[in-house]
Design a binder for this molecule. Structure first.
Ligand SMILES: Cc1ncc(COP(=O)(O)O)c(C=O)c1O
Length: 366
């Protein structure tokens, strides 16, 4: 019998829920809002669709393994060299690459509870040690606690800034202080999947790449503000030697040629990005108002979602269930280690309205 390693046996396989179409049919919904995956429901720029259509005629050839055009454009925007950029199939792939490029067995990755679940999965899939500290006050990454908790086994630190699912950020000063305190032989991974949103929403959000630390890798994705979650493209920024190590372990022909042209068109369409950011900002204000009126506790967010603290698991579960009955698909955060909370992503104008109406309806009835 083929032996399956213990760490793989212990991983839970991804169990997708019922398809949306089935839920819509079962509940006989007339309208619905898909607010459970932090996607940008505005979708990609029309220029992206055009680029994809054009590239579709070129599918017989392998993609450029070095993603030169895309990396050049990213490098130019960040005032760095192409050698400081690696592109892959989304941040998840980049995280997997990081585990394989930098961590030996026995090395530990230090992070917090209540962050991006895929990190825990890729750590386990790669058989690496993961130490999770509790989140600090206000559901924020407690950078001082992280620094104090470093041991000789600590090889890497992961922070998500903004954090998913809490929407909180580490400020410029906090990041500066943390990076001063962490030894340069410890890798610091800063996952900035919601970078564009945070940059618009906070004057205190760090420009982490410009700090130029030799031990920092920054992860960005096209899955969120660029509206390309289905395309699977992300990139990492960092020092040449670290980026080269990650490039060595990436799949040769990733991302696909369609993904490369789509990401390039998305990256260069600033107007579409502005539209997405404005829509999100407006939605957050509307969400806060509705939640305030419903007397629910929420965490102010620097991303495209809001976490609501319902105090007990039962109430959070019920909240997600009640919302679903009204056609509002949101996320109960049990799998994130926050069973008393739910997360609501922002959507289109119509979806946001359905959410705020539903909140008022449900909470003024009782
Ligand atoms: C913090 C964080 N990082 C990364 C990702 C996933 O990015 P990608 O779609 O590029 O794999 C997510 C998606 O939810 C996220 O919340």
């Amino acid at each position: 019998m083929v032996h399956i390693p213990q760490n793989i046996q212990e991983l839970n396989s991804y169990k997708p829920g019922k398809p949306i179409e089935e839920i819509v049919a079962d509940l006989q919904l007339k309208e619905w809002a898909i607010l459970w995956n932090n996607e940008n429901n505005l979708g990609p720029s029309p220029k992206v669709i055009k680029a994809i259509e054009k590239e579709a005629r070129n599918l017989k050839v392998y993609p450029d393994p070095a993603s030169v055009a895309l990396r050049k454009s990213i490098a130019k925007a960040h005032n760095c060299l192409i050698e400081n950029v690696v592109v892959d199939n989304g941040s998840e792939s980049l995280l997997d690459n990081i585990f394989r490029s930098f961590m030996n067995d026995g090395d530990e990755l230090l992070t917090c509870e209540g962050t991006f679940v895929a990190l825990y999965i890729w750590a386990k899939a790669n058989n690496k040690k993961l130490r999770k500290l509790p989140l600090g006050r206000g559901y924020r990454f407690d950078f001082k606690k992280i620094v104090e908790s470093i041991t000789p086994e600590t090889k890497a630190i992961y922070i998500a800034n903004p954090n998913n699912p809490t929407g909180t950020i580490i400020s410029k000063d906090e990041l500066d202080e943390m990076l001063q305190l962490v030894s340069k032989d410890i890798l610091v991974i800063i996952d900035e999947a919601y970078f564009s949103y945070a940059q618009q929403l906070s004057n205190d959000y760090p420009d982490s790449f410009s700090l130029g630390h030799p031990n920092v890798i920054i992860l960005r994705t096209f899955s969120k503000a660029y509206g390309l979650a289905g395309m699977r493209v992300g990139f990492a920024l960092g020092p040449k030697d670290l980026i080269e190590a990650m490039t060595k372990v990436k799949m040769t022909f990733a991302p696909s040629n369609i993904a490369q042209v789509a990401a390039l068109a998305a990256f260069e369409d600033k107007e579409h990005m502005t539209r997405a950011l404005e829509l999100n900002k407006k939605a957050l204000t509307e969400f806060y108002l509705a939640l305030h009126e419903a007397e629910l506790d929420y965490i102010p967010s620097y991303a495209n979602f809001v976490m609501v603290d319902l105090k007990t698991e039962e109430k959070a579960k019920q909240f997600a269930y009640d919302m679903l009955q009204k056609g509002v698909f949101i996320r109960h955060l049990k799998a994130f280690g926050l069973p008393h909370c739910v997360r609501i992503s922002t959507g289109t104008e119509e979806e946001n309205q359905l959410f705020t109406q539903t909140i008022i309806e449900l909470f003024t009835q009782t």
